[in-house]
Design a protein around this ligand. Structure first.
Ligand SMILES: [Zn+2]
Ligand SMILES: [Zn+2]
Length: 381
């Protein structure tokens, strides 16, 4: 299983960071799950090693523009090469169907592949007008491509069960609008094959080993019957990933994410802006690390940075920019008289500050993700 970050900036794409999107390559299949699709995602996909035609499912954490403005464009581009496309399935908040269908209809766009949209009925979030929920559900009943899903008794939305070797759940998390975190649980993995034991029994390894590993009883050339239980250890729990949308509090996922392999957590602001972050439904390094700690996660990947925190490379490239560009930029800055551009300290602010703050709160390995950062989730030992 491998995560590729396609956009790691909040609010809008910039020359340094794309808007939110990340792709998950699923083990054992060539299928790709896409999580969020901010503006410019299709360009980011083309710059990455991700093959867009392999996307089979799109998960939308919430309906803020920086997470969905890339969707209509991507869907239309996929439509042009649709001969190899499997039907697409979308999962996301109530309202996702209207967004997709209205943007396609108003731009006279038609998709040449089939799709299905599964919308989550809000539960714990209390700011949704009930009449909106009722009208949306009533519309849904007329549309066979769409259905709604209620929260399960166990506090999760059950999205996918045992497909692509995994199950996927959604959990409500706190933001300014309904927002979800996705928990991906891989099916149990086969036990380890004990090749040493095979050799100690005087048996040379051969093609039959893969059948043994798959749990088959095999008869080898000398007539001996080998049982998988003698050479294959007990099955191991599969990997577990948590991919969170924008939030200031994702504690609802904690019961479902214990000992998970990785948490992807937004980190829009630094801890000096903690109050502002919470007011706007966002997180800082201390909020993200606290969640990862409470999940006993093995790794924390931070994303969704305010564009004010530049990647280090952006600062480095500025120091080698030519004199002409430097003068132009300075002139534009003066003309704009923009508060954000007036502060030289701000201009040199990098994501390193977020990493430093995160490391003060946890010993869990933390990574600041840049666009195209790829993380392979290790197999259990
Ligand atoms: Zn956002
Ligand atoms: Zn948001």
């Amino acid at each position: 299983m491998e995560l590729t970050f396609l956009g790691t900036g909040s609010n809008n794409p910039s020359p340094h960071r794309g808007a939110s999107s990340l792709a998950l390559r699923i083990s054992g299949t060539s299928n790709i799950y896409l999580f969020d699709c901010g503006e410019g995602t299709q360009i980011q996909i083309q710059r990455s090693t991700i093959r867009a035609s392999r996307i089979t499912k799109i998960f939308i954490t919430h309906l803020h523009g920086d997470h969905i403005f890339g969707l209509p464009g991507l869907l239309c581009t996929l439509s042009a090469g649709a001969s190899s496309m499997s039907p697409l399935v979308f999962y996301g908040p109530l309202g996702l169907r209207e967004f997709v269908e209205n943007t396609l209809r108003l731009s006279y766009s038609f998709l040449s592949y089939k799709y299905e949209i599964i919308e989550l009925i809000p539960n714990t979030y209390d700011g949704v007008d009930e009449s909106i929920i009722k009208t949306t559900i009533a519309k849904q009943e007329k549309n066979e491509n769409c259905r709604t899903l209620n929260i399960n008794e166990d506090g999760r939305y059950h999205l996918i069960s045992n497909e692509d070797n995994c199950s996927v759940y959604a959990v409500s998390i706190r933001h300014r609008v309904p927002s979800y975190g996705f928990v991906i649980v891989e099916n149990d993995l086969p036990g380890k094959f004990d090749i040493k034991k095979l050799q100690e029994s005087g048996i040379k390894p051969g093609p039959f080993c893969s059948r043994l590993k798959n749990g088959e009883t095999v008869t080898i050339d000398d007539g001996r019957i080998l049982s998988p239980t003698d050479f294959v250890g007990p099955s191991r729990p599969g990997r577990c990933l948590v991919i969170l949308g924008d939030c200031s509090d994702a504690s609802n996922v904690i019961p479902f994410a214990q000992n998970c392999d990785v948490v992807v957590h937004e980190c829009t602001h630094d801890d000096n802006l903690l109050e502002k972050a919470i007011d706007f439904g966002h997180s800082t390094p201390s909020i993200a690390t606290s969640l990862a700690e409470r999940c006993h996660a093995k790794c924390l990947l931070l994303n969704h940075f305010s564009q004010r925190y530049k990647p280090k490379s952006a600062i480095e490239s500025k120091t080698v920019e030519n004199e002409e560009n430097k003068n132009k930029r300075q002139k534009r800055k003066e003309e704009d008289n923009d508060d954000n551009n007036n502060n030289d300290d701000d201009e040199n602010l990098t994501v390193d500050l977020l990493l430093e703050q995160a490391k003060q709160h946890t010993t869990i390995p933390v990574f600041i993700t840049d666009d195209f950062f790829t993380y392979t989730i290790p197999l259990p030992k």
